[in-house]
Design a protein around this ligand. Structure first.
Ligand SMILES: Cc1cc2nc3c(=O)[nH]c(=O)nc-3n(C[C@H](O)[C@H](O)[C@H](O)COP(=O)(O)OP(=O)(O)OC[C@H]3O[C@@H](n4cnc5c(N)ncnc54)[C@H](O)[C@@H]3O)c2cc1C
Length: 319
């Protein structure tokens, strides 16, 4: 029996959330007294996954697996789960993970629980802790099914690293056009930007920034800190920023270590997507802005003056 962890990579680099998923898998495997198998599909990063807790690393190659295709990847991962008697499958809740996990659960006739934020409790059955109601509540879900597929929210679980090495076992899998009903013909990817869902630092702007002409202040600070940029819904509705940056109840849910919100009021629909951030810093001219109630740090001031000062300070510290 084994815990099987899908380790996602991009451009030859593992995502940080993959290391979190492997550490989660290792800790869970210890609790269940079984082994932890890390699986990479199509591409892989350079790090040795043994260092993060994998007892084995299986790398699946084959036609149709060069780029992510949910159905093709689900078939490949599911075959590994079956041949290695995997009882729990761990997938990071990234864009790809969200489409992969349900397909694997169907193939394995497994229970699927998404949005997990902590280690499972195995003392009496198998209970997991997950976010619910747009991250406004926590649910404890007891799983009775023997096979389980769990998705872990990025930045929810720690990583541990040591110097253990494992060999990579290459496996060729036969996935054909008949196994998928859609094919990705081409992708147009933004290069060099930190993906919002995986960013540890996010600088976000709202209507208080007055117009798109001021957004360079958000971008400059984000560049200096290696952060991703985000925005409130009205900002993307007015096309000051692309919809891909819209966070909140109707946008993307994020959980960075630091969320800096400039000129955002802190409406409940906005907080639904960012309220789980570890540290929140709010810049707002109105001391009564609701966002201050959710903030760890608050700056009462004009964002158009505060952001350049923050940038200058970051540059000074870097020098
Ligand atoms: C069903 C539904 C779903 C929604 N989903 C989302 C969602 O997913 N995400 C989302 O963001 N919203 C969502 N909304 C909209 C939400 O209710 C708010 O209207 C929106 O978040 C407000 O955006 P804002 O804070 O940028 O703008 P405003 O409400 O206009 O607030 C601007 C803030 O900037 C401050 N300010 C003004 N000038 C400055 C300055 N120079 N410097 C610093 N601060 C300044 C003001 O004091 C104010 O607090 C949703 C609403 C509904 C009804």
């Amino acid at each position: 029996m084994a815990v099987v962890v899908y380790a996602e990579s991009d451009n030859g680099q593992y995502k940080k959330s993959s290391f979190e998923a492997i550490t989660y898998g290792k800790d869970l495997a210890k609790l269940l007294n079984i082994s932890c198998i890390a699986v990479t599909i199509g591409s892989k990063g350079n790090e040795n996954l043994g260092a993060f807790g994998a007892d084995q690393h299986m790398h699946i190659t084959g036609k149709m697996l060069a780029t992510f295709n949910p159905q093709a990847y689900a078939k490949a991962l599911s075959e590994i789960v079956t041949t290695n008697n995997g009882t729990v499958v761990i997938v990071s809740q990234t864009y790809n993970g969200k489409s992969l996990a349900p397909l694997v659960a169907i193939k394995q006739d497994a229970a699927l629980v998404t949005g997990i934020v902590d280690m499972a409790n195995t003392t009496n059955g198998f209970t997991v802790k997950k976010t619910t109601f747009s991250s406004k509540a926590i649910a404890h879900v007891s799983i009775n099914q023997e096979k389980k597929v769990l998705t872990i929210i990025p930045n929810s679980y720690h990583t541990t690293k040591d110097s253990t090495d494992v060999e990579i076992l290459e496996i060729d899998t036969q996935v054909t056009e008949n196994d998928v009903n859609s094919l990705i013909v081409s992708t147009n990817k933004e290069i060099g930007k930190v993906p919002l869902t995986e960013a540890e630092l996010v600088i976000s702007g709202g209507r208080g920034l007055k117009g798109p002409e001021n957004w360079h202040m958000v971008e400059d600070l984000a560049d200096a800190l290696g952060a991703a940029t985000a925005c409130s819904k009205p900002v993307s509705d007015m096309e000051w920023r692309p919809h891909s940056e819209h966070v909140g109840q109707t946008g993307i849910t994020i959980k960075p270590n630091l969320y800096i919100a400039a000129g955002i009021s802190g409406a409940i629909q906005h907080l639904a997507g960012v309220g789980s951030s570890k540290v929140i810093c709010v810049i707002n001219t109105d001391p009564e802005a609701p966002f201050f109630k959710a903030a760890d740090y608050g700056i009462v001031g004009n964002a158009l003056e505060v952001l350049p000062k923050l940038l200058q300070r970051v540059k000074e510290l870097k020098n």
